[in-house]
Design a protein around this ligand. Structure first.
Ligand code: XMP
Length: 326
């Protein structure tokens, strides 16, 4: 559409005027905002942009590959893919307190990103996918509740530490506009309309201590749940259950329960499926997914993911439960 094309042309001009021939780095997370910012800045300045994609070992199934296929394979952007999973999982070993886990992940993230950024010695700019609601939120910090229920990790203070100028091309846009812009820039709708995913990733969806084996089981179970949500349509609305939910995911419970398989007894882990509907994520209702869908998901997870023998569905709304389990 013309309006969007004009908007892209204008934004591209503004970025070129701002950075000139200087180099820019951007932390690519695979989330909507950083992806759209990367695509837009790449459109404007091509190889003057280097994206840094940090894999903390707590991403979803094939997520790293999808990000690389899109940004390197299709857009031909420069992306440094850092596999820091050993480092993250090493620091997380033995830690089971949810807030302690979040802090470690946040701190390691800043450290790994900074180390990579320092290698890019020509960079003068740090680009971030800050959008308008983020701007308002940080401006209104005083009115925020005094008690942090969960510390949300976002990378603050980085540009100062690194001595970089800040480039925030999405600062004036609302989420819907960011999504439209992303599609107009050629990003796949599945990426642009993906449910939100927390910064600490699967780290807050593996209850208690995080282990690589747990993360591997969870990734496979979660991929099945999401695939079935995407493939199942509600007859009344014609929409998929992925579209009809605001956020859906699988939680790994480090609890073993007894089951039977063939002639044998199993003693394996449990997962919980979580799906919610919400407009603001401050309150949320658990989604009334069709039983047939739940049955298919549970059957597939138990059959396909050896090591999980029981699937439960979380029927708690927020409040008093939160959306994530940690
Ligand atoms: P809760 O669990 O508090 O989650 O109901 C509300 C929304 O926030 C997301 N969330 C996070 N996002 N870092 C993030 O970037 C975090 O540490 C974090 N914790 C929760 C959650 O996925 C939901 O969309």
């Amino acid at each position: 559409d013309w309006v969007m094309k004009d908007h892209i042309a204008e934004a591209v001009e503004a970025i070129r005027a701002q950075v000139g021939n200087e180099e820019v780095i951007l932390g690519l997370s695979g989330g909507v905002d950083s992806s759209v910012a990367a695509a837009l800045i790449h459109r404007a300045i091509g190889d003057q942009l280097t994206c840094v994609f940090v894999d903390h070992g707590l991403l979803r199934l094939d997520e790293g590959k999808q990000v690389m296929d899109m940004f390197v394979g299709k857009l031909h952007a420069k992306v440094v893919h850092v596999d820091a999973s050993e480092q993250f999982l090493g620091k997380l070993a033995g830690v089971s307190d949810p807030e302690a886990k979040r802090k470690i992940i946040g701190r390691e993230f800043v450290e790994v990103f900074q180390a990579e950024a320092k290698k890019l010695t020509n960079a003068k700019w740090l680009a971030q996918g800050t959008i308008y609601p983020d701007v308002i939120e940080s401006g209104g910090a005083k009115s925020k509740k005094a008690v942090t229920i969960k510390s949300h990790h976002n990378v603050g203070g980085l540009p100062e530490t690194l001595g970089l100028k800040l480039l925030e091309p999405l600062r004036d846009l609302f989420k819907d506009e960011v999504r439209e812009l992303g599609v107009a820039l050629g990003l796949p709708p599945e990426m642009v309309y993906r449910h939100p995913f927390p910064g600490p990733g699967l780290g807050v969806r593996i209850l208690g201590e995080i282990k690589r084996d747990y993360a591997d089981l969870l990734r496979r179970a979660d991929a099945i749940f999401i695939e079935e949500l995407r493939n199942t349509r509600d007859e009344k609305t014609g929409k998929t259950w992925y579209e009809l939910t605001s956020q859906a995911f699988t939680v790994f419970l480090p609890v073993k329960s007894v089951g039977v398989m063939g002639d044998g007894r199993t003693y394996d882990y449990v997962v919980a499926l979580r799906a919610v509907q919400t407009t603001d994520f401050m309150t949320a209702d658990w989604a009334e997914l069709p039983y047939s869908l739940l049955k298919r998901v549970s059957g597939r997870i138990i059959n396909e993911v050896r090591g999980i023998n029981r699937v439960t569905y979380d029927v708690s709304s927020k409040p008093p439960a939160t959306i994530e389990w940690e």
